[in-house]
Design a protein around this ligand. Structure first.
Ligand SMILES: [Zn+2]
Length: 287
């Protein structure tokens, strides 16, 4: 037998059957981690995170924590999330999205009749405005670095309890309308409205439905929206700081009376702003 034949036999003994003797009942992997998050809420995965992914969408972590905002219209069920740690490790988990029942709001005898039977001119105007807003609030594969901190600041100095109408399903004098994308707060006309975080104004404009509206980009794909203002004192591209006055409460656009509408989009998901006003450690966590 020459040396090559010997090596071949040795090699077979070392590698040949090794992989076939693995026990069939051996665990395939460690028990998977998961988090349960309701529609319109935010889940988190804390600790040494660099990048985060939610199905096909990807974004950077904020101060080492991955946040997973769940759009109010996301279908309930189980989805895959993952995170890349600062050590280069890739981990996956399941996010279980549960349904948030839609509160029904039937607005009768709506005072501003132009919003009940919308004229062709106003329909065209609203469509044009929606086309401007769409790209501002949608998911972007690359985002500016986060400049906000959690919890975010209050949008008015003495913030009353919200109306609890985030995501409400609405009818206007019996006609179905789109779901409510924010939270309304009963605040009087003239009350100063404050930016909930550091950021950059991306739009300050007078729109048909939202009235005088301000949109602020806080980085990391987080956008805050302030609607129905009496007036605003900021303009596009202006840098603002947390707590800075950006306008005053009013009743412009489609409203029944004065209030502040606060909306939040994060990585394109429409979420209840209330979840950014609480301590982030109170958010559902991947375990
Ligand atoms: Zn509203």
């Amino acid at each position: 037998m020459n040396i090559f034949s010997l090596l071949t036999i040795l090699s077979f003994c070392l590698n040949g059957s090794g992989s076939e003797v693995q026990r069939k009942d051996a665990p395939i992997s460690a028990p998977s981690k998961s988090v349960t998050v309701a529609q319109g809420e935010v889940g988190r995965w804390a600790g040494n995170c660099l990048r985060c992914s939610f199905e096909k969408r990807v974004w950077p972590a904020v101060m080492g924590t991955c946040y997973y905002p769940v759009d109010m219209d996301m279908k309930s069920g189980s989805y895959t999330i993952s995170r890349r740690t600062t050590g280069g490790k890739l981990e996956t988990a399941q996010i279980i999205v549960t349904e948030t029942p839609c509160r029904q709001e039937d607005l009768k005898n709506f005072p501003k009749k132009e919003f009940v039977d919308v004229s062709a001119v106003n329909q065209a105007r609203a469509a044009k405005e929606a086309a401007v807003i769409g790209p501002l609030i949608g998911y972007k594969p690359s985002v500016r670095p986060a400049v906000f901190d959690l919890p975010v600041g209050k949008p008015v100095k003495n913030l009353p309890k919200g109306e609890g109408n985030f995501g409400a399903c609405r009818t206007l004098d019996g006609q179905p309308r789109d779901r409510h994308t924010g939270q309304d707060y009963p605040v009087s006309v003239g009350e100063p409205v404050l930016s909930v975080g550091n950021g950059r104004v991306v739009l300050a404009a007078s729109h048909f439905y939202s009235g005088n509206a301000v949109y602020i980009d806080h980085g990391n794909g987080l956008i805050s929206e302030y609607f129905h203002l009496k007036g605003f004192s900021v303009k596009a591209d202006q840098t603002v700081t947390k707590g800075q006055r950006i306008g005053v409460v009013g009743e412009t656009g489609r409203v029944t009376g004065p209030h502040l509408h606060l909306g939040v989009r994060w990585h394109g998901a429409c979420i209840n702003p209330g979840f950014l006003l609480v301590d982030p450690s109170d958010l559902p966590e991947v375990k």
